[in-house]
Design a protein around this ligand. Structure first.
Ligand code: HEM
Length: 120
């Protein structure tokens, strides 16, 4: 399963997910888009865990732990925003939190040693 621990595969999964999330926020009936987005959550998590396991060789366990947590929170905020929107409840807070955790996750991802690490 070594191919799963690829930064490019991971980036592909989350870029597609972010696009689907923004589309689902914008359109009136996001049912199908939301369904596909949920599939991408799984793909982000699978590739993220594969990278995480490989990352344990780099001796930066704490930062990897925070990256894991931040990534999960980004997914959590996408899901909360869309569920609140579906129920007709206010969801702006969750969209804001989505952006906050997204930038934290990007920062950590680009800081950690695998793949692109221009912030290291
Ligand atoms: C939408 C959510 C997520 C975003 C936006 C995101 C973003 C990123 C970015 C930008 C990188 C750096 C890629 C590179 O260096 O080429 C990365 C790597 C990584 N991500 Fe994620 N990620 C997300 C979710 C997750 C999740 C859920 C996990 C854990 C299950 C995870 C674990 C990792 C690990 C371990 C790395 C490798 C870090 C390294 O050494 O470079 N990510 N991610």
């Amino acid at each position: 399963m070594n191919f799963l621990a690829s930064p490019h595969l991971h980036i592909t999964t989350w870029v597609i997910a972010i696009i689907l999330f923004l589309v689902a926020l914008a359109i009136t009936n996001p049912k199908v888009v939301h369904m596909i987005l949920r599939l991408f959550y799984i793909l982000i998590i699978i590739t993220g865990i594969a990278l995480f396991m490989k990352g344990m060789d780099y001796g930066q366990g704490m930062l990897y732990g925070l990256k894991f947590l931040a990534g999960i929170l980004v997914i959590g905020m996408m899901e909360m925003s869309l569920v609140k929107k579906k129920k007709g409840k206010p969801f702006t807070t969750f969209v804001v939190l989505f952006f906050v955790f997204f930038f934290i996750t990007l920062f950590l991802g680009f800081k950690l040693p695998m793949g692109i690490n221009f912030l290291a």
